[in-house]
Design a protein. Structure first.
Length: 161
């Protein structure tokens, strides 16, 4: 059998299961802001917001349940404010991650509840100490994180009068 025909049959077999009736996928582009806190830095509050955004794919299981996977860029960190402990060694911390969350979601009326897990890989960071010096090279952050995720969403629809 000629090589081109073999490739065609292989491609047809590989793509066959993807086109089964009843399979639906929904794609989303997400963007937002993170308000996160770092434990152990002696800085309080959510004073260092970060950007987050990525692509999400949902697979509805039935009318109420769906599973989803996302790949996103996410920033987190901390920044000193006037109410922080004077002994805090940092002025500012900025962490950048690539995250892959997997979620199981339940939809009811205008609400959505979700639970799952997320793997995050630290791709960049910058740490400024209390004297304003960049001490990033002295830091040893955990490059891999596996976290539990819980979420709730309320869907609002504004009807102009």
């Amino acid at each position: 059998m000629p090589f081109a025909i073999q490739r065609f049959f292989f491609l047809a077999l590989a793509l066959g299961p993807v086109s089964l009736a009843g399979q639906r996928f929904q794609g989303y582009l997400n963007a937002g802001v993170n308000f996160a806190q770092i434990d152990g830095d002696k800085l309080a509050g959510f004073n260092q917001p970060g950007l987050t955004g990525g692509l999400q794919v949902n697979a509805p299981l039935n009318d109420r349940w769906e599973v989803s996977m996302e790949m996103r860029y996410s920033q987190g960190g901390a920044r000193r404010n006037n109410n922080d402990d004077p002994a805090a060694p940092y002025e500012r911390i900025r962490l950048s991650f690539v995250e892959i969350p997997f979620m199981l979601r339940f939809n009811e009326w205008k609400f959505q509840l979700g639970a799952g897990a997320s793997y995050a890989r630290l791709i960049d960071f910058k740490t400024i100490d209390a004297f304003g010096d960049d001490v990033s090279s002295l830091q040893d952050f955990n490059a891999n994180q596996l976290v539990a995720v819980l979420g709730a969403t309320v869907f609002l629809r504004l009807n102009p009068a």
